[in-house]
Ligand binder design. Structure first.
Ligand code: GTP
Ligand code: MG
Length: 418
């Protein structure tokens, strides 16, 4: 409990790894933009000087970098962390999400409730809205029950995606660029492969919500097997939900827990070969009650007697908090690696292309200068002109560009090592 709460107070949730990296990489690419602009000014002088220091193709290639860099900047601004929730109908997927969002945003209920994909993402607006496929404009939602109503009125295909644009200021997960996707029960959808294709390939984390009263089903396992063939080393969490049901059978708790752990670990470690057993047991499987977590968010578990919760109840809340912390660590680390490493490599490529080109023109100009000096005696006047021209073009630009390039290299590697 205290980890979670301190994180909120200190504003240093593990998610900040991602948001800080995003800020850093944005700054880096802004620097690259100015590097590209400076280089373009320098090279346009070079090409005007008409001394064949650079080919026309190279010149055009460098000119085009400007667009390329601005495209990368706009991709970075849209980069986010994505988590998909799945599992059999009524296991409590939507309830888990609401508990994490700290508000009853998604409709939950008995029977089959969620009938299409629901993506929750941030908006800077103060009011929430829903974007339904086929409609151009998001619809405002004044209160949460209208989400359910809006969804049940519209005929949406079970494979389609409804977006809920949720005000960033209301929720720290959303504010820190997490996008959450809820899915219809895995047992009621016909086309799981299409699901993966459409909604899962860019997910950073997969959360399987299992009902602790039952066990992991074949359908859920098959789904994850398919995910593992398409996504390399997927991050999977297993939530044994409805663990409050064990309150009725306290004498069975340890036995049941051991059985669930054994099966879950066998699946993650031996079948999917994703983790070591100890690692998975500590960081990937949790015994929770989403319903309790939702109604008891932000309760201080250390001030025990006041709350009057049983020991088991407190353990479930603590396990939910632990899950959230592990989830935040995992998703931010993965997203930084998968998204920003790519951008950083692009940035490095761009920098080397430019510095190579500039070094070439400088070397060539040096050769011309030397050749010219040999002819100095015959061609004194001409030579003075060449020399002045080359000095003015190279020196200033060269210094400035070297400086920016070094700074950018340093910061890119720092960000990736953090
Ligand atoms: P679909 O959208 O139909 O696929 O179901 P879902 O997986 O989203 O389940 P949902 O969150 O709608 O929960 C189904 C029912 O289980 C609701 O009535 C919840 O209140 C209840 N429920 C969810 N989590 C728990 C839990 O931890 N303990 C108990 N006792 N009930 C829960
Ligand atoms: Mg649901």
């Amino acid at each position: 409990g205290s980890i979670r709460q301190n994180n909120i107070i200190n504003g240093n949730s593990p998610l900040k790894l991602f948001t800080h990296a995003k800020t850093t990489i944005t700054d880096i690419f802004k620097n690259i933009t100015s590097y590209v602009n400076d280089s373009n000014i320098y090279l346009s002088d070079v090409i005007k000087s008409d001394r064949n220091l650079i080919s026309n193709e190279k010149y055009k290639e460098i000119q085009h970098l400007k667009e390329k860099v601005s495209r990368i900047l706009s991709i970075i601004s849209r980069d986010h962390m994505k988590v998909v929730f799945f599992g059999r109908t009524s296991n409590g997927k939507s309830t888990v999400m609401n508990a994490m969002l700290r508000e009853r945003i998604l409709p939950v209920g008995m029977g089959h409730t969620t009938n299409c994909f629901l993506q929750i993402e941030g908006t800077d607006k103060i009011e929430a809205s829903v974007l339904i496929p086929g409609c151009d404009e998001p619809k405002n939602i004044n209160n949460l029950s209208t989400i359910g109503n809006a969804l049940s009125r519209e005929k949406v295909d079970s494979d389609s995606l409804v977006k809920i644009l949720w005000p960033k200021e209301k929720c720290h997960l959303i504010r820190d660029d997490v996008v959450l996707v809820d899915s219809p029960g895995i047992d009621v959808s016909a086309n799981l492969d299409q699901w993966i294709e459409k909604y899962c390939l860019d997910a950073d984390v997969f959360i399987l919500v299992v009902s602790a009263e039952a066990t992991i089903t074949i359908a859920e396992k098959t789904f994850l097997h398919n995910v593992a063939t398409r996504v390399s080393n997927p991050n999977i969490f297993i939530l044994m939900n409805r663990w409050d049901a064990t309150d009725d059978e306290p004498e069975m708790v340890d036995l049941v827990k051991k059985q669930h752990l054994d099966r879950g670990l066998e699946f993650l470690c031996d079948e999917l070969n994703l983790y070591q057993r100890k690692e998975a047991a500590e960081h990937r499987m949790f015994f929770i009650s989403a319903r309790e977590a939702l109604s008891n968010r932000n309760i201080d578990l250390s001030s025990s007697s006041k709350s009057g919760f049983t020991k088991a109840h407190k353990e479930r809340l603590a396990d939910f908090n632990k899950f959230e912390h592990e989830f935040e660590k995992c998703i931010s680390k993965t997203a930084v690696q998968t998204k920003f490493e790519q951008h950083a490599n692009r940035g490095k490529e761009i920098l080397s292309l430019i510095s190579e080109t500039i070094t070439n023109t400088i070397n060539k100009s040096q050769t011309i200068k030397e050749e010219s000096s040999e002819k100095l005696i015959q061609m004194e006047e001409r030579n003075t002109f060449v020399e002045n021209e080359l000095i003015s073009i190279t020196d200033v630009a060269k210094e400035k560009i070297r400086y920016v390039a070094e700074d950018v290299y340093k910061r890119v590697s720092q960000t990736l090592n953090d």
